[in-house]
Design a protein around this ligand. Structure first.
Ligand SMILES: [Fe+2]
Length: 247
């Protein structure tokens, strides 16, 4: 069995220091790894990244993250990522990592993702160059995520994004902003590999549970949605449905 703790949208700055830490100190007893689905900071500054490194550093379990849109706000995403890596975290963007856990290989492919919308109400690559760039950005990210997932050789495969791959986990958000919250292309990437679980954040007013068209369980772990420091999901347990319940 593999126990994955997950949260997103923790938006750490100096005012948040200490808020997550008491629950994080419990992690080694309840989970084998922590995955964070982007929006680690408020405005994407190096200073905030240092706060993030303090709050989520040295937890005693591996920490794997993707960045979110907030982490790009100050155009310091590369320096921000360096701070997190220096603190021992794995930062994914269109690539993957494998963790050895309890004799199993847990593969995690991650990317921030981007918007575009969902079936029947999505942006298309047509017309102005700006629109083609918008859609093309999502297409490129989804392509890299899919390739990273398909390239993994492991016992359990998890996709980690900030933007949503399905609309079900956006329920609660205004319909009008769905195209800025995620893209079906991410869902297609997730379905292109034997993914066991897809985790995302970004939709603070969304819902926790959804499923891709291919049947992969999707969980929106944005902190305002799960309302706790992290949820824990079990993979490779005997009862898969029970395993994906929050423990
Ligand atoms: Fe976000």
């Amino acid at each position: 069995m593999i126990r994955i703790a997950a949260v997103g949208d923790v938006h750490v700055d100096k005012d948040v220091l200490g808020r997550y830490r008491p629950a994080l100190e419990q992690l080694p007893g309840v989970a084998d790894a922590l995955l964070i689905a982007g929006d680690l900071t408020r405005h994407g500054t190096v200073e905030e990244a240092k706060c993030m490194a303090i709050e989520f550093g040295e937890l005693g379990v591996p920490v794997v993250v993707v960045l979110g849109n907030h982490d790009h706000q100050s155009d310091q995403q590369d320096a921000l990522s360096d701070v997190l890596r220096d603190a021992g975290m794995t930062v994914l963007e269109g690539d993957a990592t494998v963790l050895e856990i309890n004799g199993h290989r847990l593969g995690i492919a991650g990317a921030k993702g981007f918007g575009g919308g969902f079936a029947g109400a999505c942006a298309s690559s047509f017309g102005e160059r700006e629109m083609k760039n918008f859609v093309g950005t999502t297409e490129a990210i989804a392509e890299r995520l899919g390739a990273a997932l398909r390239g993994l050789d492991c016992d359990a495969l998890v996709a980690l994004t900030h933007y949503a791959p399905v609309p079900e986990t956006l329920v609660g958000e205004p319909l009008e902003i769905y195209p800025f919250l995620g893209s079906y292309l991410l869902g297609q990437a997730i379905d292109s590999a034997p993914t066991a679980l897809a985790l995302h954040g970004h939709a603070h007013h969304g819902s926790e549970r959804g499923r891709t068209p291919g049947g992969v369980p999707v969980r929106n772990v944005a902190h305002p949605v799960i309302k706790q420091a992290y949820n824990v999901y079990q993979l490779l347990s005997e009862d898969v449905d029970a395993g994906l319940a929050t423990v």
